[in-house]
Design a protein around this ligand. Sequence first.
Ligand SMILES: [Zn+2]
Length: 455
Amino acid sequence: MRFPTIPLAATLLALAMPAAAAPPSETGALLVRNGHVLTMDPEVGDLPRADVLVRDGRIVAVGPDLEPGDARVIDAEGAYVLPGFVDTHSHLYTTTMRGQFRNADGAYFDTAESLAPSMTPDDVRIAMHIGALELLDGGITTTGDFFDNVRSPAHGEAGLQALDAAGIRAVLYYGGPDKSTRYPIDVEHLSALAATRGEEARVRMGLAWRLPRDRDDATNWAMRMHERDTARALGLPVQVHVSVEPGPIFDALIARDLLAPDLSLVHATDATPAQLQALEAAGGALSLTPISEHRVGYGPTRIDHFAALRRQGLGIDGNALAGRGDMFATMRLAALTWSGEARDETAVDPRALLELATRRGADALGLGAITGTLVAGKRADLQVIAADSLQMAGFGGGDPAALLVYSASPSDVRTVIVDGVLLKTDGALRDVDLPRLREAAQQSARDLLQRASPR
Ligand SMILES: [Zn+2]
């Protein structure tokens, strides 16, 4: 497939995207001081007035009155310090399709499938970069990005460069050129990209797997098993949607004994207790994406239906489909659906939502040893949520979990640190030329519409 070259867009993108993967900020020591720290570690709990000391990208101490030494001090007085949120499932390349689903006649799948084939590597780069920045701006420090528009090796590389450049922690699940199972995934290129990632890489590779709807399509299954076996040989995590026809695909995974700790399933809103039991027995994980699941009509995301599953997290499923890359809105919808469907306000534990958005999400992505809680030894992925906005005013004290779930929003996120790098401070992303990136994204989105449906 060929794409026309758009000189203006190319120029803008070149300006906005120096392809360098250099870290966006310094990596010096940091001391986040005097915050109300929700470590999200079950043993440690909350520390109502404590500091978090970060050195060489790692949390080295959490506790009161830590000595800053040479660390840059970040004042968190009156604010809440939490692990960065973990978005367990997204499609960041769709960010420049924002506002297009139900814009005219089209719904998500049709519209995305009509626009995605027109994306050049530069379109992918700008969409994923600006999408990742939006996540970071709202306190999401890790994403599991299901990249199912890898139309060429250059597209794959563009996606990886975007996540490297944005500064977010990620598993980049590398997929095929569309949402169907017509084509193989370029596992050789995936292997080559994975080989560039060290043990401690902030952005790691995974496999964005898809399964045929026809259980008896032997040729397709053979292709899929080659992909699965390659990922396993490389030690890469695998993610797969079971949403298209939840029953048959989930059942095929069970029948073929494919559930495993390195596999996470997405959606499964209609999963049966027997299916969930099989997933739990295999040590597999589940990603629920409440906003998109409601939006496309998969049905209410009943968090309480999945209580028996240890490994689960919450996802955004693409900023464009969710409307925004907003974990607060995601938690809030999950909480409201839970109490609404249960017809019981007290069914909801706001702590459970915060756990899903942090520690449990990290564990679901296989990153539980690296991120998701604020304890010494983990990589330093954290956010400071201020309490000085109007929407946070009027809180007299006690457990702040309900305040954070029902009242806070991305605009309350004052500071964001990923891998020890300060990416947002005083309420603004650092070291990014946002006006230029926004203009590049607008241009890319306009060009995309034009190319997909030339007038
Ligand atoms: Zn998805």
